[in-house]
Design a protein around this ligand. Structure first.
Ligand SMILES: Nc1ncnc2c1ncn2[C@@H]1O[C@H](COP(=O)(O)OP(=O)(O)OP(=O)(O)O)[C@@H](O)[C@H]1O
Ligand SMILES: [Mg+2]
Length: 242
């Protein structure tokens, strides 16, 4: 029996200001995959994540989440199930504790003890002392980790990560990705991660998709980045390593 894909882009095009920023892209994502989405700046990586999270809709073609047209799904349910951590996370005025609760407001049944909240913070390398800190006073990397903790608290089925480690030092970046990988393996979470750090992506992802100028130019295992066949991919990967 074949499993229903978790996400499908079916001949999807996205047009902004008369320009095709995603060009007739078809991709299938399977439950439990850890996929790295790579490509130069402006290639359309964030655009794909935004489409999956229902922040934008396709100009042509269809997007399906677990076999259903994404436009027909209740948006709050989609966003709970498909968690996204943005390149620049939205941190609201108030404490870390208040920020952790933001996504839970609409869930009347939700409650968490301080112990549970601290557990979520520890998972992303923050500490119990951070719970009552003003969230705006956190560093860039701490804000990213708070956003990640907040998203993981929703127990999503899919985690969309947009440059999740860009503000973190290499050691911390690896530590957090190891934790994400653990959750991915334990809970069968699907992870789609946009990253500029190919070496880091190579350590965690099983599948590598390279997007250039709104089109998929490669899609495969580690050989995509270790042994690139196309000159355009080679030059992107070499340039990005400088
Ligand atoms: N709202 C918008 N209006 C106009 N153009 C847009 C809009 N959003 C994105 N674009 C353009 O679409 C293209 C793809 O953008 P996208 O943010 O998906 O790129 P990216 O691959 O995530 O790049 P980066 O690595 O720099 O984050 C870019 O050229 C961008 O300028
Ligand atoms: Mg982007």
């Amino acid at each position: 029996m074949t499993k229903t894909p978790i996400f499908e882009l079916d001949h999807t095009t996205r047009i902004e200001n008369d320009r095709e920023i995603l060009k007739n892209v078809s991709l299938v994502f399977h439950p439990g995959e850890f996929v790295a989405l790579l490509g130069p700046s402006g290639a359309g990586k964030t655009t794909i994540l935004r489409l999956f999270n229902g922040l934008d809709s396709p100009s042509a073609g269809e997007i399906r989440y677990r076999g259903e047209n994404i436009l027909e799904l209740p948006i709050t349910e989609l966003r709970r199930s498909v968690g996204m951590v943005f390149q620049t996370p939205a941190i609201l005025a108030g404490t870390v504790r208040e920020n952790l609760f933001i996504f839970q407001k609409w869930r009347k049944d939700f409650n968490a003890t301080d112990e549970e909240l601290v557990e979520h913070l520890l998972r992303v390398g923050l500490s119990a002392d951070d719970l009552n800190r003003e969230a705006k006073s956190l560093s860039g990397g701490e804000k990213q980790r708070l956003a990640l903790a907040r998203t993981l608290m929703n127990n999503p089925n899919v985690l969309l990560l947009d440059e999740p480690t860009s503000n973190l030092d290499p050691q911390l970046a690896q530590r957090i990705l190891r934790r994400i990988k653990k959750v991915q393996e334990e809970l069968g979470l699907t992870v789609i991660m946009v990253s500029h750090d190919h070496q880091l992506a190579a350590k965690f992802a099983q599948r590598f998709i390279i997007l250039i100028d709104g089109e998929v130019v490669e899609d495969g295992d580690i050989s995509v980045i270790e042994n690139p066949q196309q000159p355009v991919v080679r030059s992107f990967l070499n340039g990005a390593e400088d």
